[in-house]
Design a protein around this ligand. Sequence first.
Ligand code: ADP
Ligand code: MG
Length: 702
Amino acid sequence: MNFTTPLAVVPRIGPVYQKRLKAMGITSVRDLLFHFPRTYQDLSVITPLASAKEGEEYCFKGTLGGLEERRTFKKRMSIVESILTDKTGSMRIVWFNQPYLKETLQQGQEVFLAGKVVRDAQGVYLSGPSYEKAGNNPIHTARLVPIYQETRYVSSKWLRSIIYMLLRSLENLQETFPAELLKEQGLPLFKDALWNIHFPRNQKEAELARKRFSFEELFSISLFVLTERKKLSEVKAPIIIFSPDIIKRFTAKLPFELTDAQKKAAWHILKDIANPRPMNRILQGDVGSGKTVVAAMASLAAVKAGFQVVLMAPTEILAQQHFRTVGQALAPFKITIGLLTGKSDRFISPKLPNDFIEISRKKLLEKTKEGTIDVLIGTHALIQDKVKFNNLALVIIDEQHRFGVQQRKKLQPKTDLIPHFLSMTATPIPRTLAMTLYGDLDPTVIDELPKGRKKVETRIVDPDQRKKAYEFIRKQVKEGRQVFVICPRIAAPEGGEPRPAISWAGNEVKTVKEEYEKLSRDVFPEFEVAMLHGKMGAPEKEQIMRRLKRGKTNILVSTSVVEVGVDIPNATVMMIEGADRFGLAQLHQFRGRVGRAEHQSYCLLFSESDAIKTKQRLKALLESENGFQLAEKDLQLRGPGDFSGNKQWGLPDFAMENLANLPLVEKTREAAEKLLEQDISLKRHPLLKKRVEELREKLHLE
Ligand code: ADP
Ligand code: MG
């Protein structure tokens, strides 16, 4: 058996368990073995029965007496009873609801029992202990016992047995690290670390094992970003010479003056793309800082130099918005823009600055391939084999994504040149992440908001103040402003009893459909209230966004589909239901949907959870309007998963946790640099090379 053995052929993992494991994200032997314990229970000390005290937990070793089962009269509950005896004395044992124990255990057997000593009318007894045949290799008792992240259907006990069995039967556990590195860093061998993280003899062994795996994760990430950098240095990109005159004309036509930070960022980018070294830049700027116009400027420069540009957005709504705003900004320059999303495609021809023509996907792809579409905007649908360009020189991705050299080549099959790359994000990147996951990208920061923006007033609203909040919203709408109401879910779960959805905190989870009905019918019958969620069709979404943008819709009830990028400058209230269900990054993004013009704006947080962690998080949001501080805060409170988009990176939680550890990050980075100095292509380290390839698959957008 080895890491790639399918779970289906592992003994004791039938179809049912395969399904249960899959729900936990475990689909291979490797995943199972990398499902590391959450903690360990110390049952390593065997206590003589005579010295046990009531109320404490112990591990005992002794001989079992006869086993008897009875049923309680009232509840018909099964009770199995026995007696444990050692050299120092005996004690009664009681197991509830485990009738099978009568069969599993036998009189006269030597066993380890671990559990709590309690008292009833008949005296002290050992209550529901875990049990194991006494022997040299216990795994559930008489040692440091691994405790796993478990579910209702997959217990720690089951995981322990399976993992133990797998560890014993694994063949060819190859070492990934060179011996020198292990020695230098004082890390255990892979094989030993894998055993010791699950079944350590002492805490020290467990810690060392964990240290090794942390090191390995970060080390691989560092190798990955450093080799990406290297690859990039070996290819060339088109030189985009821009005409300052056109840039001046562009800025003159804007309805506002660019901030200094925008000018600086644009300058960086324009200088970069005038160079044959492919740009690999990440443009960070808080929500509302005006990144889009910078992207439009770079696009203009590229198109006017005779090239094509592709701009990708994370959602359809955002792609449509970019299509309109970038289209408008570029319209005076006779630039052809196409929109390609999952469902509908269209393009703006230069003769129709404020209108567009719907065309078929086939036509749009043809035009792109010939080079008649100058800027192609869209969603993920843009990255498919069918989309080919004539002379693509710039790839812009909104809201952080990575785009590898290979992928860039694919879009551009005709030449050896690869396009420049610009990634834009409102998610600030804490230092440790900048050194690891983003280590191959050059940062440019827009650290200034446009003039006249007021701080968004953020408040946590008590449930009994809801009416007042609605009156406040009414006043804002009457003054001509617009409002977002965010709900965590689209609709109550279908089927079953019609009871409200209950969140983990035991509260009702607001749904878009119910809130929409309530607000449009009962609370604000005099206003236009609309509803938006991800399950709607593209044309419907677009229609709703258009009415909102034109100011026709007063209140939009929505799911998190409006989380990123949506730009409605006239909106002044962001009301968030079930705020406890969103991460800080998300809440900050939501808040960024308002305060995008000169009007004073408000963010109202409703949360029915009293959990301390929730309060801490929401308070952090009140105290900080700055995304960077929030990101650091969130990194401390929840680990980096939330802010940097754990899901997006597809890294295991284990790896993400380590990303917050700055000294470790620095150490692994140095070690990776050193190794690459000696073996740049990782030829002499095939296993590390394989890990890096795996990461590439995972981290690059497919
Ligand atoms: P983000 O950086 O969050 O993507 P956008 O590019 O969507 O922000 O810009 C937010 C809003 O600010 C838009 O309505 C945009 O037109 C406006 N804007 C951008 N730059 C400026 C500026 N220098 N002065 C005033 N408004 C600006
Ligand atoms: Mg944006």
